[in-house]
Design a protein around this ligand. Structure first.
Ligand SMILES: Nc1ncnc2c1ncn2[C@@H]1O[C@H](COP(=O)(O)OP(=O)(O)OP(=O)(O)O)[C@@H](O)[C@H]1O
Length: 258
């Protein structure tokens, strides 16, 4: 996927993305980082054709995302949004089956393929034992896995995740990150996500995109890109950058800048 010179405004007055250029590498995990309000979710919206840019184009497999029919795009790219809502009385199996909607047409609906995709999504997310539960019977970590399962049932080669670990405790955060890692490594999914935890972004990403005030200020390999200067510039936070055998490259925040 190529993001070419994207400028975007919600209200035609203030641009929230300014000439953004990025390349999403197939089969890799790309993570967008940056402070609150810098445009990370907006960029995901534009990349998934949920929002139409004022200028520029997003190209997927040689075609502008804006030119795809909705179902056609939904067979290429699935999105797990930051906030999700669903009727509390639906079973997990039913919710996950909604991920199959883009594959259903008037003339062809392979029930076997649908069932296989739903089983695969439940297996990957370790939700088989919860398939007949309802959403309100699940913990926050399990609920997050349901949204990921719904997206996986779409059987797309590309998965977008907007802050997939928000509100989760340390255990469930790592569980989601390990799931994302496995989906990439075992099933070759191309992943684009937004994360606030820079140490998780460093550890689980092949490629980072750092944003500030609607622009990309740096991108590249985590080990090349993460410096005290970059973190001070985008977050206004002083950090120590450390590297050791067990933890690899990691940051220790020590205070906020003056
Ligand atoms: N629907 C909207 N209408 C108008 N302005 C919006 C809308 N959504 C976001 N914005 C504005 O666009 C800018 C970028 O918001 P965005 O949600 O993309 O930031 P973000 O980096 O994802 O933030 P966060 O880390 O807090 O989720 C912000 O100034 C925000 O107030």
């Amino acid at each position: 996927m190529d993001v070419n010179d994207i400028t975007f405004s919600y209200d035609r007055r203030i641009d929230r993305l300014h000439q953004v250029n990025a390349q999403i590498q197939q089969g890799k995990i790309t993570t967008i980082i940056g402070p609150n309000g810098c445009g990370k979710s907006t960029l995901l919206h534009v990349m998934s054709n949920n929002a139409v840019p004022r200028l520029g184009q997003v190209i997927l497999d040689g075609k502008q995302v804006a030119q795809y029919k909705p179902k056609e795009l939904a067979r290429k790219l699935a999105v797990v949004h930051q906030q999700n809502e669903a009727p509390a009385d639906l079973t997990i199996e039913k919710l996950v089956s909604f991920g199959r909607l883009p594959h259903r047409t008037l003339f062809s609906s392979s029930q076997e393929e649908d069932e296989q995709a739903i089983e695969w999504a439940l297996d990957c997310t370790n939700l088989q034992s919860k398939r007949f539960s309802t959403l309100d019977q699940l913990s926050g970590g399990e609920q997050q896995r349901v949204w990921i399962a719904m997206a996986l049932a779409q059987r797309t080669p590309i998965l977008f995740l907007d802050e997939p670990t928000t509100y989760l405790d340390m255990y469930y955060q790592l569980e989601i990150m390990e799931l994302i890692h496995d989906l990439n490594e075992q099933h070759q999914l191309t992943i684009v996500m937004v994360l606030h935890d820079i140490n998780q972004a460093i550890r689980y990403s092949h490629h980072l995109i750092a944003m500030k005030a609607g622009s990309i200020v740096a991108s590249g390999l985590p080990t090349d890109m993460i410096t005290t200067d970059l973190i001070r510039d985008i977050y206004g936070v002083e950090v120590l950058v450390r590297r050791d055998l067990e933890a690899g490259l990691h940051l220790i925040p020590i205070g906020i800048g003056q």
